[in-house]
Design a protein around this ligand. Sequence first.
Ligand code: NAG
Length: 265
Amino acid sequence: MKFSVLALLPALIASAAGRPAENLEKRATPKVYLAGDSTMAKGGGGSGTGTEGWGVYLPYSMNIQVVNDAIGGRSARSFTNEGRFQTIIDAVQPGDFVVIEFGHNDGGSLSTTDNGRTDCFGDGTQTCTSPTTGETVYTFVFYEVQAGKAIQAKGGNVIFSSQTPDNPWEGGSFTYTPSRFVGYAQTAAKAIGAAYVDHGQYVANEFQALGLSTVTSFYPNDHTHTSPDGANVVAAAFVKGVLCANDALAPFVKNSTSSVPGSCI
Ligand SMILES: *[C@@H]1O[C@H](CO)[C@@H](O)[C@H](O)[C@H]1NC(C)=O
């Protein structure tokens, strides 16, 4: 009977392509896609280095499937240019969720060199020209908004999440200074009416409560990439943020707000 299904496919594809997103039925069981860098990706800063990304621990708190498409070394710009957002946009069905969290690889200057990751400075429509390739480079907010709009056009729910802190106990006492990309993630969310989780602040609050020695043990190699235990805390902080915001993803979290450590901000 296979041939009859195959014969139907072109018609099915044609009808799906012509339908606006709002008329498409939501998936009964949505999926959560994760777009981010090494701090979220499987293996963390690299397999075998004792690190893990927080996206690996999110599934333990969710009643729905988590698809971790995060990959080390990426920025909002390189995730865009490599077609990685497009892959997610193509896969998204109405009612799915996409968590977008970048920042660690987005900084730097484009004045003389270009590593392919640095975004144009600014939080709006500024553009730069790559000094090495001549490529027009856009801002972090531009890349995030562009991806977010395309996901929303497919009926997906976008959650912009602020980047994780580098070890806030690094100097021996607690200091958390959010990077400019934290504010930019919120700007992107406001621009398209997407959800926002200040993940960086939720993590910082947990790390402050856990103290110097525990948090130091979470960073086996450097001040950015966490151990599996650290990644588990970072994942829980995200879950807390989702529950506290009570956004559209919250009903798919297994845990109650009060059972997850920390306070709402
Ligand atoms: C939520 O509950 C599950 C057990 O059902 C547990 O594995 C997970 O770690 C919990 N998540 C958080 C964020 O506490």
